[in-house]
Design a protein around this ligand. Structure first.
Ligand SMILES: [Zn+2]
Length: 469
């Protein structure tokens, strides 16, 4: 008897498929096509939430329950966001704060954020994930460090689970309020015991270390301005004990050098190393002001970093030289940063921003579209310690992918390289966005039943937080 014909869940045909971004130079497309990492006019088969197989048009694909004709569109791995503060979309483009420095901006907004509760956290997370999905993002972390009330991360995970979005919650923390020489008001900081107990509770309740997990938990003291040295050390020990990742802001602002020398008697990176964070478990946001020797030490230690191009530019700070860090062996991923600093959660835009920044800084050969796509996929997956399963579409990877919107107008004339055309000319949005093989964006439309209910509730919560009647 012949074996039953193989039948997979989903087959996407007639696509230009980027399975993995490994080469970035001028010959990258040719090399990728020859090696099979990119397929022109090919198909990709998905089954049980995983990439099953992929092939050229001349190769017979498996039979499928559902066939999607991509109409020649570009397919890439889903983009991965590794630094965000989703709750900040409740104070997006808040007029009293928009023209201040980073510290002025923070001190204007902290009192507003002290009104955060479970309802507003749930709503802001829901909105952030919907926005990210449309921009081709299929996995996000979120650095949630303001805890005026308990169980806010539980509310976040409720939203991401309802949506079916792959999520790494970052249990952020702050211990030092203004009274203790920190920046935040006392309403949003917590004592060490509360932070550590809640961290353990969240890990035991939500962290799923198994392959294909939809929810993981990382530990993430906010920054040296707002947490004690002791909570940095104890958090690193807790992460080691439970084998979870560590995240914080590092070397984001020039003032941090002066502050660290005054308060801790060391430079920020020396402090970071002394408190036990220079390990492959750590990824850091921004990382702009390390000196060359410090960059080499952190790269050698396996620390990775996240660049947030829009946030760097809108806050008018400096930006990391991502290419130089990568050349030293440090993996660099991408993030959109908090919605109240970059005011937008669009990973396509951050990918384009990374390409523009690198070229603006280091010249036209500094970064190609593939280089930036590599940061948004491979680099970001490495930030989250998840590079085995996400950030690429090799068989066995999680079925997290984007069929990008076709853009006959903005791409008119872009004929030679679909990846360069995608990032230079648009589109900015997904036509079909899948997480674990499930279409959360279909024909350019979000498939989220609750969104129509969530948006007006979010508007009310935002108005209340901003003091608008
Ligand atoms: Zn941040």
């Amino acid at each position: 008897m012949a074996p039953a014909a193989l039948r997979v869940d989903t087959l996407i045909t007639n696509a230009y498929i980027v399975l993995d971004v490994a080469t970035e130079g001028p010959e990258a497309q040719q090399e990728a096509l020859e090696s099979g990492r990119e397929i022109d006019g090919g198909w990709i088969a998905l089954d049980a939430g995983r990439v099953h197989s992929a092939g050229a048009g001349s190769v017979q694909p498996p039979a499928a329950e559902r066939v999607i004709d991509a109409g020649g569109r570009l397919v890439t791995p889903g983009l991965v966001n590794t630094h965000h503060h989703m709750y900040q979309n409740l104070t997006r483009a808040f007029a009293p704060a928009i023209n201040g420095s980073l510290f002025q901006w923070l001190t204007t907004l902290y009192p507003r954020w002290s009104a955060l509760d479970e309802e507003s956290t749930y709503l802001s997370t829901y909105v952030a994930c919907a926005e990210l999905l449309l921009s081709g993002c299929t996995t996000s972390s979120d650095h949630m460090y303001v805890h005026p009330k308990p169980n806010l991360i539980d509310a976040q995970i409720k939203a991401t689970t309802e949506i079916g979005f792959r999520f790494m919650a970052n249990r952020g923390s702050m211990t030092r309020s203004v009274e203790d020489g920190g920046l935040p008001p006392k309403e949003v900081v917590q004592d060490e015991e509360t932070i550590l107990t809640d961290s353990e509770r969240l890990i035991s309740t939500f962290h799923d270390a198994t392959p294909g997990a939809m929810t993981r938990v990382a530990l993430a003291p906010c920054s040296m301005f707002s947490v004690s040295e002791s909570i940095m050390r104890k958090t690193a020990e807790l992460a080691e004990k439970h084998d979870v990742r560590l995240h914080t802001h590092l070397a984001e602002d020039k003032d941090e050098d002066t502050y660290a020398l005054e308060v801790y008697g060391r430079r920020p990176v020396e402090y970071f190393e002394d408190v036990g964070w220079a390990t492959p478990r750590s990824w850091v946001a921004h990382y702009v002001y390390g000196n060359e020797e410090e960059n080499r030490r952190l790269a050698a230690a396996g620390v990775t970093s996240t660049q947030c191009p829009s946030s760097n530019m809108i806050l008018a700070g400096d930006t990391a030289d991502a290419q130089a860090l990568r050349a030293m062996g440090m993996s660099v991923g991408l993030g959109c940063d908090g919605s109240a600093s970059s005011d937008s959660a669009n990973l396509w835009m951050e990918t384009r921003g990374a390409m523009l920044l690198a070229r603006y800084r280091n010249g036209p050969s500094a970064m190609s579209a593939r280089g930036a796509l590599s940061m948004a996929t491979r680099g970001s997956a490495a930030n989250l310690g998840w590079a085995d399963e996400i950030g690429h579409l090799r068989p066995g990877a999680c079925a997290d992918l984007v069929i990008w919107e076709s853009a006959p107008l903005s791409q008119a004339g872009a004929l030679t390289d679909p990846v360069e055309g995608w990032l230079r000319s648009g589109p900015a949005s997904g036509w079909c966005v899948m997480v674990a093989g499930k279409s959360l964006v279909d024909s350019g439309q979000l498939q989220l039943d609750a969104l129509d209910d969530v948006l007006p509730r979010h508007a009310r919560a935002a108005a209340q937080m901003q003091g608008i009647a």
